[in-house]
Design a protein around this ligand. Sequence first.
Ligand code: FES
Length: 113
Amino acid sequence: MSRLIAKADDGTVRVVENSPARSVLSSLLLADVPIRHDCGGIAYCGTCRIRVAGDAAGLSAIGTSERERLEAVKAPPGDRLACQARAARDIEFEILDSGKPGREGLGGHRGKE
Ligand code: FES
């Protein structure tokens, strides 16, 4: 077990138990931490982006689909897709879009509407 230390886009910080067998997105959702995830976790929308603070060595390597989506949304280095990343160690990051009204600014695909 490790911990996810997640700072939301409204400044609140949540500490969540994490298993490396789950994606960061799954761990956040299991703990009822709001995070936008329009495509449901298939690396298609880019709305689940997180910005890692400090050492990202505990995260899984970036795969092809994650890399392509991060490039498509012009994500800076250090950003990851919560739906693709898995954490083997404690990791601290910012949730860029909690999905709360008025905080939809990443320009990702909205999925079916
Ligand atoms: S939920 Fe769509 S890319 Fe992660």
